[in-house]
Design a protein around this ligand. Sequence first.
Ligand code: NAI
Length: 462
Amino acid sequence: MTKRTVTLIEGDGIGPEISEAVVKIFEAVGAPIVWERAEAGLAAIERTGNGVPPETLESIKRNGIAIKGPTTTPVGGGHKSVNVTIRKTLELYANVRLSRSMPAVETRFNNVDIFVVRENVEDTYAGIEHWQTPNVAQCLKLITRQGSESVIRYAFDQARTLGRKRVTCVHKANIHKITDGLFLDVFREVAADYPDLQSDDIIVDNCCMQLATRPDQFDVLVLPNLYGDIVSDLCAGIVGGLGVAPGGNIGKNCAVFEAVHGSAPDIAGKGIANPTAMLLSGVQMLQYMGLIEHANAIQQALAETLASGVRTRDLRGTASTMEFAEAICSRLTPIEAEATGVAQGATTPVPVQLSNNTEEWTLVGADVFVEHAHGLPPMPEQVGPFTLRLMSNRGTKVWPGPTPDILIIDHHRCRYVADGEVTRKDVLHLLSDITARGIVWCQVEMLNKVDGEARYSKAQGE
Ligand code: NAI
């Protein structure tokens, strides 16, 4: 039988103990895997000064698949988080988390089985933030057609592979009409390629309320980064917390699976850590590799073991890490099957298929953001082809017309619009005129139209 090489990073604290348990259980189920051990975390920092040595990244790239124990991020000293380094360097664009009710893990619900797919790179996590004025900070929320398609297609592909029935897009497109609207539009386009699966969408706040009251109604969720960050922890909470929550990070060229919890320094070396979260991360890895039978067998043996009363201390049992692992092994027999999922070292099969946009954009104006304390800035009403259409403060119209009785801060959006097409040179003249009047502008956004339709949001009151 052909075996696949997988990079194993044991990590820090309880990492080596729970890794050993997982390796033992994988052996018992006959997973066709050869482990290639690689280093990351504290030991790597002490030895090389780098939490993720280049040879570890090389190993993950070469094998295409890795499983990782938790790593300790030293506080201070300027050390970057190992997880963030791995995620960014390997462009792991999807974060996947399985939240499934388990026997012995007491929660309000016993019928939850949700697969959460979170976009892992874009949204507000691109980390593009600026101070606009001494009182106003801004963070860019970036959603791209291609980034959205990659993660959404991955969610539908996984739903099919895992035999799931329904994919739900979670968004806030009623407010973020353009950014979340794009994510939702792409979702609908991609859904059309999967007629065998049900697809629908829900607004994120309603989704949270439904998760807290009737989580069994959900199957697969796909979300932009920020909502995904929050909702995936909510899902982990409903099935018993981060201690039993597995996760995986999927990229174009590789995937890294890991438990959600940390290195638990308080119990490290005592042999009492619960290996469940890392084992379930391993189950997600087996599913990714197409080893569905092995994955199902482990889930079954884990559920039976917990139900039989063999549990680690965190679940109010008395078993050690190894006793718990052995109880799972005793319920497994080796399965003869080869990996049919992503091929060794191959790219994940998530081609971006949407055509690149070729629509004609017409520049018609600019939003000029101006810093001005104490009332409204003295903006010119006409400059070249531009007319000052309106001014708003924190999104509320303050000019023309009576200024509403709201808190006015030192950051004004001044919308200049022309009757026809303008050029960037016209915008430069507008800025020169404003600057010559001693007005401090801090940011400019272009206003474009396509076939007469605005490619920017309307201002409140416009
Ligand atoms: P933690 O998750 O390590 O521990 C929180 C509490 O949960 C502790 O009482 C611990 O004993 C318990 N716990 C965690 N996992 C357990 C398990 N498998 N079995 C039994 N009990 C378990 O969080 P903490 O203390 O905030 O972080 C410790 C270190 O881990 C930090 O250096 C942090 O940066 C790192 N960390 C690493 C992560 C990763 O590599 N994925 C994720 C989160 C934290």
